[in-house]
Design a protein around this ligand. Structure first.
Ligand SMILES: [Zn+2]
Length: 223
């Protein structure tokens, strides 16, 4: 297993990727990793996720209380949302929250990502629902995502952004990247006269492939 320092470096690397890909503006977004039953590493509030070094990363317990934080850094203001995911999904070890441009556009327009338009998005994500709007940093977002956590590995947050999670940090990040790519393609195909969706039969075959691959996580194919 990776050392705590290694995990902190990985969080900085993923922060740099979400920043470089325009998935967050300014100091937005947050990332966390479960390192033991009651220990979690998370990004601090009020810093750009593109320029973090390991000493920025905070350690909290399962209630979000600080165990360790250097130089006055404070854990993400969205830590309650992360803890809700860990509580409800024992298989999840990492959570990524960002505001990717296209996915957030859909979340603001109130359009769920349900159209089956390309094989990778169908296999990886299936469809992506929108959780009801909640005020950031309150219990409203944890409550709003509650219904979706058991069936999906990525969810849009109404008028806000996106949330993805997986058994590894890279896996959680890749879901965010796939989600944004899916949203971009859906947006572009809508400009070009509307997507030609895959048929139910084609979707069923992709779901079958997902089962054969034995992919981890939750997916509409399991419903
Ligand atoms: Zn946010």
């Amino acid at each position: 297993m990776a050392s705590e320092f290694e995990v902190k470096k990985q969080i900085c690397e993923i922060g740099r990727r979400i920043y470089d890909r325009g998935m967050v503006a300014s100091n937005d977004g947050n990332i966390s990793v479960r390192i033991s039953d009651n220990e979690y590493l998370c990004t601090p509030t009020g810093v750009s996720k593109g320029f973090m070094t390991p000493e920025y990363i905070c350690k909290v317990d399962s209630h979000g209380n600080v165990i360790q934080a250097d130089n006055g850094y404070k854990p993400s203001s969205e830590i309650k949302m992360h803890m809700k995911v860990y509580r409800d999904r024992p298989d999840v070890n990492a959570v990524v929250h960002a505001h990717p441009l296209y996915a957030t556009g859909f979340a603001i327009a109130g359009i769920e990502l349900t159209a089956p338009i390309m094989p990778e998005a169908v296999i990886t994500l299936g469809s992506v629902p929108i959780a009801e709007y909640g005020t950031p940093s309150t219990e409203e977002i944890p409550n709003a995502i509650s219904d979706y956590l058991q069936h999906y590995d990525a969810v849009l947050l109404a008028n806000h952004g996106a949330l993805s999670y997986a058994n590894t940090l890279l896996g959680a990040y890749h879901k965010m990247e796939s989600l944004e790519f899916y949203a971009q393609l859906l947006y572009i195909s809508k400009q070009l006269g509307g997507p030609k969706e895959l048929t139910q039969e084609q979707v069923k075959r992709l779901y079958e492939i997902r089962r054969q691959f034995g992919m981890t996580g939750r997916h509409p194919a399991d419903l």
